[in-house]
Design a binder for this molecule. Structure first.
Ligand SMILES: Nc1ncnc2c1ncn2[C@@H]1O[C@H](COP(=O)(O)OP(=O)(O)OP(=O)(O)O)[C@@H](O)[C@H]1O
Length: 365
């Protein structure tokens, strides 16, 4: 059977079956849809200054990503928003466009504040903000490890329109009254789930669960972190709990670097009474502490096998009938790792979003 084809630039060697034609039609529709999709300029029309959109186009931001397409109408209408999307989906550009839609470029005052968890993220955000602003306004980065003294006099003499800051640097500046926040129009909080927040979540879990005894597993310290002279994670967790935990259990620590005597002392102590043992994976194998009712993975284990060994420290005879649980603290980015462990070990975790578990007073953290 012969078939007539519209001119497509190629000659099929055999007549196309009906379903093939159907596929081609579908493809045509998809292409058409891409052509008629709104551009970034259209989505931002009348809200974001032309010079910013022009810069965005020069950089290559022409068509909005999905999160930008969905969030920009809300952000640009002045509504408060929480953007929740995968990493790399384009949230930064979405909130920066809303920052530039809200500030008055002719005023010399701090009008937008972007709070970031790390210096690295701060540098990235500052770079994109400066690209978009070009010379139309000043974007200042107040990041940990920066030259805060010099910046303090600069920020006073010539307040930037946009400040990108890590929490610690921002606090220093605010405590020294380096700038006024009275003209602030936009506040962006980018991914603030710091170790500190994790610690507070852990504390709330301990208060809620009231374990008989528990082991809190933290990650081993990396060589890089050791060289930089940072304390190991175990120290941070133990110090925090010794100050903040008001329950009856003893807070103890077990570390790789501890000598044998120190380890033995820790070990015999925990065997005798209720404990919260903070440890790296060193406590996940060979340790028999049957009274352990709760396991907390403060940091994710490296592998599914490590997860299994950690979990195996609870539910042990003769206490195995009492209520036992394994809780893993994860951020959105870590979700897939826990999913991988579940697939590999064939178990199912009940997921509890933070908001559904506790009412946090973030201001107090
Ligand atoms: N509309 C767009 N068109 C083309 N590229 C874009 C667009 N928006 C963002 N990008 C690019 O996509 C990459 C990821 O964007 P971005 O870092 O903003 O994502 P994100 O969601 O903020 O990520 P994270 O959660 O890791 O901070 C960057 O390289 C950015 O330049």
């Amino acid at each position: 059977m012969a078939a007539a084809f519209p001119s497509t630039g190629y000659a099929p060697s055999a007549p196309l079956a009906p379903f093939t034609l159907h596929l081609r039609l579908l493809r045509l529709h998809t292409r058409r849809a891409a052509v008629v999709a709104a551009t970034l300029r259209e989505v931002c029309a009348g809200r974001v200054p032309d010079h910013v959109l022009h810069r965005a186009e020069e950089v290559g931001y022409v068509v909005p990503t999905e999160v930008q397409e969905q969030s920009l109408p809300l952000l640009l209408s002045g509504q408060d928003c929480i953007l929740h999307a995968q990493t790399g989906s384009g949230k930064t550009l979405a909130y920066l466009l809303s920052v530039f839609s809200a500030i008055d470029f002719t005023r010399s005052s701090v009008q937008a504040l972007v709070v970031v968890p790390t210096r690295e993220l701060g540098m990235q955000v500052t770079k994109v903000a400066r690209l978009l602003a070009a010379k139309s306004c000043t974007v200042m980065a107040l990041l940990d490890g920066g030259m805060l003294k010099r910046q303090r006099s600069w920020v006073k003499a010539e307040p930037p329109a946009v400040i990108v800051a890590t929490v610690a640097s921002l606090c220093q500046m605010v405590e020294r009254r380096a700038f006024s926040l009275q003209s602030m129009r936009v506040l962006v909080i980018d991914e603030i789930c710091t170790k500190k927040e994790r610690l507070h979540v852990l504390l709330s879990l301990l208060e809620r669960d009231e374990p008989k005894s528990g082991i809190i597993f933290v990650a081993e310290q990396s060589e890089r972190s050791k060289k930089a002279g940072n304390p190991p994670s175990t120290t941070a967790v133990v110090e925090f709990l010794r100050n903040a935990y008001k329950g009856s259990l003893d807070v103890l620590v077990l570390e790789e670097d501890m000598n044998f005597n120190a380890r033995a002392a820790s070990f015999s102590e925990v065997k005798e009474r209720g404990f919260l043992l903070v440890s790296t994976d060193i406590a996940s194998r060979g340790f028999d502490l049957p009274q352990t009712s709760h396991i907390y993975n403060f940091d994710l284990p490296k592998t599914a096998t490590d997860y299994l060994h950690r979990a195996g420290r609870t539910g042990r005879e003769p206490f195995s009938r009492s209520e036992c649980s394994v809780t893993t603290l994860i951020t959105e980015d870590e979700h897939f790792v826990l999913q991988r462990f579940q697939n590999e070990l064939k178990f199912h975790c009940e997921e509890q979003p933070l908001e559904s578990m506790f009412t946090f007073s973030r201001a107090g953290m």
